[in-house]
Design a protein around this ligand. Sequence first.
Ligand code: FES
Length: 64
Amino acid sequence: MNKENPVVCTCNDITQSEIEAAIRDKNLKTIEEVGDATTAGTVCGGCVDEIYLLLEKINGKVDL
Ligand code: FES
């Protein structure tokens, strides 16, 4: 585990950089799309708020 690249989704062990790369590379817009692409957020849902913030950071907004 690394400070710069924390695990966002502990259920599926998905890191922040994996989620950010998926959002950028696949042009993801919604939390659901991030879940489909990375599996992050698909188990307990506890990381969904963080995924939301990453989407907002990269896209400037989040489609729901
Ligand atoms: S921490 Fe991501 S689904 Fe549980």
